[in-house]
Design a protein around this ligand. Structure first.
Ligand SMILES: [Fe+2]
Ligand SMILES: [Fe+2]
Length: 472
């Protein structure tokens, strides 16, 4: 059952045709999805042909097929990772029981909430990024944007399938709501704050795919540990797609760093805006912004919801089964930051209620790895600048640091001092306006915008100057 059946209206590897009721319900949702895509998805793409990958098999090797695809003809479907024989619930009070193939009645509301929250982020990011195609720095980048967009659309399909298949009428209603909430919507915004801000320039897009898709990775990885097996299998396959999104982010920023370093050396100044480059101080501000808003996505440091999800066996820790402890966390503790007497200190908390904080720490550690690689590029180029991630107290709107003003290196400061310095730490209107001036579309196959270096290699063995997108 690894192969995906493309002969059906909704390609799938879940034997959808065996369940006529479910099939009919999803076939009813599909036109609404297509309407949403046409209205809220990437602008102007109805005549585009794009070099896209499509999943044809969910096995570990060779699941993707690459070809020129007419954007409106992209086939979204329902793909679950392979069934793991004799899988068990691996943590919480049901540890050791067989993994659930149906929703445990007592956890129905909690599971639905987890699936809805995850599902809501997927179409949100498509909406946030919808105008970027008009200012692409190259065809290579444009293709990557659309690849990310269609896969986020498919991630919505993955969550909608679970809602339809396992949650009856309220699941179907939640699936409809997914297409009614919109990023930045006045009446019906997306559920999480970081998914309500438009991604208006490509520097932001690279940072979004580096930081925010990585939040996605950590959320999906924790849900992939779920005792509810269909959720686990959905998330496991989504993770394989997510890797490319983070690749787009990491290499995108890396190409900005490389180009900036070239301009700094060439003109012997850090002030490279006048030469069409992004100065590193501005890049740092964008890093500060995106990292800090993504830390909020992990929720409160102390969370009884997260503790409950864990004890119920619904959402685990990152790489749960590789952690060497009892997977119950009844007596364990975890260190959590908070402010005491104007200083940020770490205090002990029951590990169970600190599940969010642990995931946030795992995430931050992962974020640092790419930053280290960007810094290596600067060292190799002989540029004296180090990109850093801000302290977790910096610019936070959820949790222990709400209402606290802190510097990027973690000094608690007064409101006055914050106001006097915030322009050095976060992008201001002038920075954003400057970045916007660089957003001039480049659509010849062998050209690249002034502010970003060529990619090291093309997609799937193609040349970097391959015509990744054809406009008709
Ligand atoms: Fe996604
Ligand atoms: Fe993603």
């Amino acid at each position: 059952m690894n192969k995906i059946d493309y002969s059906q209206l909704i390609p799938n590897n879940v034997n959808l045709s065996d369940d006529r009721r479910l099939q009919r319900a999803l076939e009813k949702w599909q036109p609404a999805y297509i309407d949403w895509w046409n209205e809220m998805g990437p602008n102007d793409t109805s005549d585009y042909e794009v070099y896209l990958r499509t999943a044809i098999d969910v096995g570990a090797d060779g699941w993707a097929h690459f070809d020129m695809v007419k954007m409106p003809e992209y086939r979204w479907g329902i793909f679950l990772a392979e069934n793991e024989q004799d899988r068990e619930v691996n943590f919480g009070s049901h540890k050791g029981e067989a993994a659930w193939q149906v929703v445990p009645g007592e956890y129905r509301a909690e599971l639905r909430r987890l699936i809805v929250t995850q599902g809501d982020t997927e179409p949100a990011s498509v909406e946030q990024q919808r105008a970027l195609g008009r200012t692409c720095p190259s065809l290579y980048d444009l293709r990557n944007l659309f690849q990310v967009n269609v896969e986020e659309g498919r991630h919505l399909w993955a969550m909608v399938y679970l809602l339809h298949a396992y949650f009856g009428r309220d699941g179907r209603e939640e699936a409809d709501e997914m297409l009614k909430r919109h990023a930045g919507g006045v009446d019906k915004p997306r559920i999480l704050e970081a998914f309500n801000v438009d991604t208006v320039d490509w520097l932001s897009f690279y940072l979004f795919t580096y930081f925010q898709d990585r939040d996605g990775k950590y959320q999906l990885a924790s849900l992939a540990e779920s005792g509810f097996d269909p959720l686990s299998r959905s998330c496991r396959f989504m993770l394989t797609e997510e890797a490319h999104h983070m690749f787009v982010g990491e290499t995108g920023v890396s190409r900005v760093v490389q180009r900036s370093a070239e301009l700094i050396k060439e003109h012997d100044t850090m002030d490279i805006r006048q030469y069409g480059g992004i100065d590193l101080a501005t890049l740092q501000k964008y890093v500060n912004y995106h990292f800090s808003i993504c830390l909020d996505l992990f929720g409160q440091e102390k969370s009884t919801n997260a503790a409950n999800f864990y004890s119920m066996g619904l959402k685990g820790r990152y790489l749960e089964t590789k952690i060497d402890d009892d997977h119950l966390l009844g007596n364990d503790v975890y260190m959590v930051p908070e402010v005491q007497d104007g200083k940020i200190i770490k205090v002990e908390m029951p590990a169970l209620t600190a599940i969010n904080e642990r995931l946030r720490d795992d995430y931050a550690e992962d974020c640092q790895r790419g930053v280290d690689r960007w810094n290596k590029t600067l060292v190799n180029a002989g540029v004296n600048f180090k990109i850093t991630l801000p302290n977790s107290a910096f610019n936070r709107n959820i949790g222990n640091f709400v209402g606290i003003k802190a510097t990027p290196d973690g000094q608690v400061i007064s409101e006055e001092k914050w106001n006097a310095n915030v322009d050095n730490w976060l992008p201001n209107d002038e920075d954003r306006a400057f970045i916007q001036t660089l957003m001039v579309p480049v659509t010849e196959p062998d050209k690249m915008a002034s502010w970003v270096a060529q990619p090291a290699k093309g997609i799937h063995g193609q040349a970097t100057d391959f015509e990744y997108v054809k406009f008709h």
